[in-house]
Design a protein around this ligand. Structure first.
Ligand SMILES: Cc1cc2nc3c(=O)[nH]c(=O)nc-3n(C[C@H](O)[C@H](O)[C@H](O)COP(=O)(O)OP(=O)(O)OC[C@H]3O[C@@H](n4cnc5c(N)ncnc54)[C@H](O)[C@@H]3O)c2cc1C
Length: 482
């Protein structure tokens, strides 16, 4: 698997430890930015917190992100206004500013490096100017002090841009390291190699069945936050309400690393920023997104970004290329809150639409605020609370998804055939490339060396172990051939 630049110059954080025996106040599932922030806030407030992480902290999206902490987010606000209520969009802006303020206020104490930079949403062509103007107007309407530029000073062709000064960028590997250290110091217990496979609420609390270092185990908690990126172990099928979107990031050595962090509005998506990594200033380029397990070959998308970069930064020397996925919602709002009904103690935080460094922090602040009796003022308008989490489109989504997967398999587009994996412990290890979540036909991803599911974005490594997505069990192994 291609590693991100954030982990290349530092070791990935290891956490181990035994599962707690008694009931804890809060179990947080997932040690990305959302789970670690929630754990820190609640442990600091004196609650007993355990974090259960399937891999290692930051292993999935947070440790592979671009690291922009910006209130100007491409064309997010204009799309949000078109899709829904103005109150929700205003609450979204308030939550983003709150998350930025929290990170800025914590940075010194955490030892977190934050760089202040202007952010831009730019029009790569004159035709895209209307789209960017729409975002400018939406941002102004929602109270952001954006400024318009007809000739932005960017290292790529740009007909116009809307700009927001004083935004933040960070090193996501450092963010994970520092949040983890602070959560541990505050008393949270963080356990790696622990995948939650089942969640049940009964009168006395929420009970989790886990696979811990290959053994089965149980954890009980008063309340649970599923901060797992993709919604997992969720009988309301919220995984069908989000779409897994994979995209690519490349790092380059160049004399022209830009001052501004930028994202195109209109045309093919292109994101760039500079970063200080291992003592040198580098360029990060991102884009070429698609639904996980679908569309053109992954390697061609990386080549497309390489070609675009060498056109605009001819001296650029590639330092690394990796990809990541995040979960989008049709109304562009995060999917956050208690599942309610028979599971009021089970909370979900997903659907960050590729802006989880602010939306994940905001979801954590909201979860902690609710648990501690100090709710965030924007939370109800933003998350729509239970009504939004309980409605029915999930069922329709899952039915369509399964039907599409079945049709694809029947048409032989991605037929579930057995495959020969690597040799494992002296045996011929054969895997059935059928997703263990809902039976989707897996597709080989040559860029990452993984099996990817086109239905809900589950991914498995060469040995069939879950990498990410809603699946919680490894691929089935077939008996060895003679
Ligand atoms: C290419 C790309 C670039 C991005 N750039 C930006 C950016 O510049 N700015 C920004 O704000 N956002 C950005 N994002 C989005 C942002 O990175 C994510 O929204 C955010 O990292 C999500 O954090 P999280 O903690 O919710 O999830 P994750 O970081 O994915 O963490 C979830 C954790 O849960 C664990 N887990 C999963 N299932 C289980 C289970 N069953 N049991 C136990 N543990 C489990 C996983 O192993 C993982 O460690 C980007 C996304 C992508 C794809």
């Amino acid at each position: 698997m291609a590693e991100s630049i954030w982990w290349k110059h530092r070791g990935t954080p290891a956490v181990d430890g035994a599962l707690p025996t008694g009931q804890v106040d809060v179990a947080v599932v997932g040690a990305g930015v959302t789970g670690l922030t929630a754990a820190l806030l609640l442990a600091r407030a004196g609650l007993g917190v355990v974090v259960l992480e399937a891999r290692h902290p930051g292993a999935v999206t947070t440790g592979r992100t671009t690291g922009k902490v910006s209130a100007l987010q491409g064309t997010m606000l204009s799309r949000m206004l078109r899709a829904g209520r103005r109150e929700s969009a205003a609450a979204y802006v308030a939550s983003t500013l709150r998350a930025q303020e929290w990170l800025a206020a914590e940075a010194d104490g955490l030892g977190l490096g934050l760089e202040r930079r202007p952010a831009a949403t730019y029009a790569p062509t004159a035709r895209a100017t209307g789209t960017v103007r729409g975002e400018h107007d939406a941002a102004r309407d929602l109270g952001l002090p954006v400024r318009w530029s007809d000739g932005p000073d960017l290292p790529v062709p740009a007909a116009a841009a809307t700009m927001l000064d004083d935004q933040l960028q960070l090193d996501p590997g450092q963010l994970v390291e520092r949040l983890l250290a602070a959560a541990l110091e505050a008393g949270a217990v963080v356990i790696g190699d622990t995948r939650v496979q089942r969640v049940r609420q009964r009168g006395d609390g929420v009970h989790l069945e886990v696979s811990h270092g290959g053994d089965e185990g149980r954890v009980s908690a008063g309340r649970v936050l599923l901060a797992t990126g993709a919604p997992v172990v969720d009988r309301r099928m919220h995984f069908a309400r989000v779409t897994a979107q994979r995209s690519y990031i490349l790092a380059f050595d160049t004399a022209g690393a830009p001052e501004t962090m930028a994202l195109s509005g209109g045309g093919p998506s292109r994101s760039f920023r500079s970063a200080e990594v291992d003592g040198r200033r580098i360029l990060l380029v991102g884009g070429a997104g698609h639904e996980t397990g679908r569309g053109r070959a992954e390697n061609r998308r990386v080549d497309e970004l390489r070609a675009w970069t060498s056109e605009h930064w001819p001296d650029a020397v590639e330092l690394g290329a990796w990809s990541a996925q995040d979960y989008t919602t049709t109304d562009h709002l995060p999917l956050v809150g208690s599942l309610g009904g028979a599971s009021p103690g089970v909370h979900l935080a997903t659907g960050f639409n590729k802006w989880g460094l602010t939306s994940g922090v905001a979801a954590a602040l909201s979860f902690a605020g609710e648990a501690l009796g100090t709710p965030e003022p924007w939370a109800d308008d933003l998350y729509g609370r239970r009504a939004r989490l309980r409605d029915v489109p999930a069922l329709a989504g899952i039915q369509v998804g399964v039907a599409l997967g079945g049709a694809a398999a029947a048409a032989g587009l991605a037929a579930p055939v057995e495959t020969s994996g690597r040799r494992a412990v002296g045996e011929d290890c054969r895997l059935l490339p059928v997703c263990t979540h809902l039976g989707g036909p897996l597709r080989w991803n040559p860029h990452e060396g993984s099996y990817d599911c086109p239905l809900h974005g589950s991914r498995f490594d060469r040995d069939g172990q879950v990498l990410e997505g809603p699946a919680t069990r490894p691929l089935r192994r077939l008996p060895a051939r003679d």
